[in-house]
Design a protein around this ligand. Sequence first.
Ligand code: P53
Length: 477
Amino acid sequence: MSLDKFPEDFLWGGAIAAHQAEGAWNRDGKGISVADVMSGGKHGSERVITAGVIDGMYYPNHDAVRFYDHYKEDLEYFSEMGFKAFRTSIAWTRIFPKGDEAEPNEQGLKFYDDVFDECIRLGIEPVITLAHFEMPYHLVEAYGGFGNRKCIDFFTNFATVCFERYKHKVKYWMTFNEINNQTNYKSDFALFTNSGLRIHDDSERERAMYQAAHYELVASALAVRIGHKINPDFKIGCMVAMCPIYPNTSKPEDVMLASVAMQRRLYFADVHARGAYPRNMIAYFERKNFNLDITDVDLDILSKGTVDYIGLSYYMSFTIANPHDNPQFDYDESRMLVKNHYIKTSKWGWAIDPVGFRYALNWLYDRYQLPLFVVENGYGEHDVIKDNTISDDYRIDYLREHIIQMKHAIVEDGVEIIGYTTWGPLDIVSAGTGEMSKRYGFIYVDRSDDGTGTYKRIPKSSFDWYRNVIATHGDVL
Ligand code: P53
């Protein structure tokens, strides 16, 4: 084993999600997903969730960036950059338009056959997320989303159909995208996108989140087991948003709260990786009298469906200070996070912290000793187009600094990493805000926040830069 550089078979690439890229929201039998009922928003104002699709309302994901029609051109660009891997999700509503049907929609299945065939033709490994913030809206209306145990079956049906259909085309899978994002349970967006929950009584929100997350963890463990039976060569991972949380000061209360905050945000990965709830969470559920519906059968399922790797996104670190009225060290993300004065932030307030990336990779690898797969990292920024060119040096700087830290983690710290897919290699609709103008891509898409534009693709200066990074195995950054 040589640890002096990125491994030869390292999977360099990029990642998108179906609902943020494809568009074609109601074509070829596709049903309405939770992403299809969210308006546009911006930094500081959350996207509005409507009761179904309302006539005359603007929904940025309906057209997204028309990957559905442009996928050949887009994959060709990725191939030109030398991508070894391409991560996307399968829109659940293309396969099961309402979510509770007995039979899948053949036209939806066919679309992903075409996409994966094209990837394979280009020598690009598809890396597939099953649920990326796009559950069928019908499951929300008729069942209350993952607040209802029945969604476990609907998800495992969906997973089974996908595993069977694509078993010779896809090896790398993930069950739920950023399953831990809903730890921010005070946000309607986080609860709705992850779990299809609409909770109006504030005192119910935290318990509802833990209950839904439990059903998701069970659904994920079942899917892992089903997948391994269908093809023992499958590598099935979980996916967590890794935002390491630093104490604001060396005051012991801040340090203790930071530790508790990490427990709360990452227990999802504990369950996925170890097949059991950590004792700190069991103690917490008891102290809060949550009385969650967690059965012995569930616990057995969890123990038999552990993941093969830890998928993670890394964008930013958090910093936390313990308020005086919190001697019991409860974690409230909406109230306790503070600005870290050592770190600059993006226009959307996201801390730019490359060393935090190295710290995060070490933290996860120390804890699980499972291979990591960095399936999202990137920099959202307004781009300026001038004479048909886009100079995005700020994006190159962000990615370079993060890749350097990832290299340190591999070479100096011995962390095992399967690959690295940047977020949004093609500009796509922002999940958090629904904006088009929060761009991540190496490839510009001519579309504005209100959906107008030619949808033409134009490589930015980062395109050539990333191509060279891949061509030199990360030697030239
Ligand atoms: P956008 C919050 C914090 C960290 C990651 O995000 C997040 C979010 C949700 O906004 O989401 C992930 O588009 C997610 C992607 C998303 C990407 O990060 O809000 O997996 O779907 O687009 C970037 O800038």
